[in-house]
Design a protein around this ligand. Structure first.
Ligand code: XMP
Length: 561
């Protein structure tokens, strides 16, 4: 498609009315959910990134739908999650090789239970129904579903009746499965066979030709052969070949970006984070100097962060980079500010001002490139209650403007984080950047507890540098979701040499997490903790005590503010 400023299908382009209306969307670099919301209604850049083999996952409200998608992608098959009431054109556009029907909280006999869309069986394509998905198929094809005499939740052992069945090819005769259901198939639809059973479920798996149903959840890790079952469905039943690779993604996506952008001008805010870095690199590869990146140093970055970014993007990747050192502006606005939410708001507002000023200098911008990821898109299209439970309000600081002046280029909007990283490696970005731990938009301001001053930032930077280096040296950096230091507002008594000290307390935080929504404190080896503590008190002036945070989320949060 050729770029056309007037074309409505390309566009979220609407005039912004004031500076703050372009609001926090770039400052809160990780905050993309609202955009995803808007985007979900507008098909401009929602066209799927590839036209190769794909399967469609219909989401009947399961908490595990995203996991199904991840497992499918891990098998190198492209998939998208769609609601059962999605227009058929969206399904058709993907030219799916098959359907996976997720589980869901409803019972097929509930009056408002989501129904199986007619096209699923009419197309004659392969179907894999999981839990509620299987019950829907059973009901639709003339079987019976009834409440289980005993609700089955958690581990069970499945025994395979028919090891020659295509979805069980190469699998052992029995394996652990994860069950979570109240209803079950009590009578098979005509022509179907029981393929596996458990102690409590006579029909743990059923099948006929290309239609299969599983009462257990193959997508969760507790189902030991789950991924193999999904792979069998994709490869043996749907005939997929695994064409979804980082390499194919990069070449397809570059082509799509060129089509979307035409000869237009693109800007992208670099935060130093993985998603914006990879977005910018992809867009740059596709349209070269039509892209300008803006990198605002808010004075709240980690040590050497600004230099590293400039080096990577300007020197190594030869991008047009506008670097703005706005440290003074940010720090002067933070004088006397203690409240964390106020800090966030001020930083957000200031960012927009700086960004606006720089964008204006560039002039005539058509597109804004953003690193929206698939989980944000999914959350925005799932039922409100489900999404609402997941989204953290403070990430939407300031909110996003209802209207943006630019069309969005979102090359990562169908990728999961691990896929984004694989793409980053494919693009040749340094591993250090690709596997960087998440870092909050407001930066060190929410890790200096209390007032943020240059001096306190320097103390924190020095301590944080030691944490990062020691964690990396121990080989644990990638296993941890985040690891960092916090400068507490406390002072404590110590003794150094023969003298008494009364100095700062630094806290160390390291957590493991899948997605940042829940987290466990990391059980770092004592020798790593000892080295961190020893080095901080010896090397960072003004610190005489180090404590380790052993709280999980919930009830704590990852950041202290
Ligand atoms: P919490 O502290 O809420 O953080 O457990 C969860 C994840 O979000 C990051 N975080 C932020 N990211 N702006 C951001 O861009 C913010 O205001 C913000 N607050 C927390 C945090 O680092 C963790 O990864």
């Amino acid at each position: 498609m050729k770029h056309n400023k007037e074309a409505p299908d390309l566009s979220h382009r609407v005039a912004a009315t004031d500076d703050l209306e372009i609001s926090a969307y770039l400052q809160v670099a990780e905050t993309r959910k609202v955009l995803a919301d808007q985007e979900s209604e507008v098909p401009s850049s929602t066209n799927s990134p590839i036209s190769r083999e794909a399967v469609v996952i219909l989401d009947f409200g399961s908490q595990y739908s995203q996991l199904i998608a991840r497992r499918v992608r891990e098998c190198h098959v492209y998939c998208e999650i769609l609601p059962p009431d999605a227009p058929y054109e969206r399904v058709q556009a993907l030219q799916p090789r098959g359907f996976i029907l997720s589980g869901g909280p409803a019972s097929v006999y509930d009056t408002d239970a989501p129904k199986l869309p007619g096209y699923v069986l009419e197309t004659g394509l392969p179907v894999l129904g999981v839990c509620y998905g299987m019950q829907l198929v059973a009901q639709e094809l003339g079987g019976l579903v009834a409440p289980a005499t005993k609700r089955e939740y958690g581990h069970a052992v499945a025994y395979v009746n028919d090891t020659s069945s295509r979805i069980f090819t190469g699998l052992p005769f029995s394996f652990s499965v994860w069950m979570s259901h109240g209803d079950q198939v009590s009578q098979l639809p005509p022509g179907f066979q029981v393929l596996a059973y458990t102690d409590n479920s006579q029909v743990a798996a059923m099948g006929k030709e290309k239609i299969f149903g599983l009462q257990f959840h193959p997508e969760v890790v507790h189902t030991t052969e789950g991924k193999n079952i999904i792979r069998n469905f994709l490869y043996e039943v749907c005939g997929c070949e695994g064409s979804w690779t980082p390499g194919s993604f990069v070449s397809d996506t570059m082509q799509r970006i060129r089509e979307q952008v035409g000869s237009g001008k693109v800007i992208c805010a670099l935060s130093g984070g993985v998603d914006s870095a990879i977005t910018a690199t992809l867009v740059h590869k596709a349209v070269g100097d039509q892209l300008t990146c803006i990198f605002v140093n808010n004075g709240l970055l980690r040590r050497e962060e600004a230099e590293r970014n400039i080096h990577t993007f300007q020197k190594n990747l030869q991008m047009n980079l506008v670097y703005v050192d706005a440290t003074d502006r940010f720090l002067s606005r933070l004088i006397g500010i203690i409240d964390p939410e106020l800090k966030r708001r001020i930083i957000g507002e200031e960012f927009i001002r700086v960004f606006e000023e720089e964008a204006r200098k560039i002039g005539n911008i058509d597109f804004l490139a953003q690193g929206t990821l698939y989980p944000d898109v999914i959350e925005s299209t799932t039922p409100e209650t489900k999404a609402a439970a997941k989204i953290k309000t403070h990430h939407n600081v300031g909110g996003l403007p209802p209207n943006l002046r630019f069309s969005l280029v979102e090359p990562l909007r169908y990728l999961f984080k691990d896929e984004v990283r694989a793409v980053g490696i494919e693009l040749g970005l340094p591993e250090e950047m690709v596997y960087r731990q998440p870092f909050p938009g407001p930066g060190l301001a929410i890790r200096v507890i209390g007032e943020v001053t240059r001096e306190r930032l320097e103390v924190l930077r020095a301590a944080d540098w030691i944490v990062m280096n020691e964690v990396k040296r121990s080989g644990l950096y990638r296993e941890l979701w985040q690891s960092f230091a916090i400068l507490t507002p406390l002072r404590s008594v110590g003794v150094m040499g023969d003298g008494r000290t009364y100095a700062n307390v630094v806290a160390v935080r390291a957590v493991t997490s899948e997605d940042g929504m829940t987290a466990d404190w990391a059980h770092l080896p004592y020798d790593v903790l000892a080295r961190i503590s020893n080095r901080i008190v010896n090397e960072v002036p003004g610190v005489n005590r180090v404590v380790y945070d052993i709280s999980s989320k919930p009830p704590s949060t990852i950041e202290w503010e």
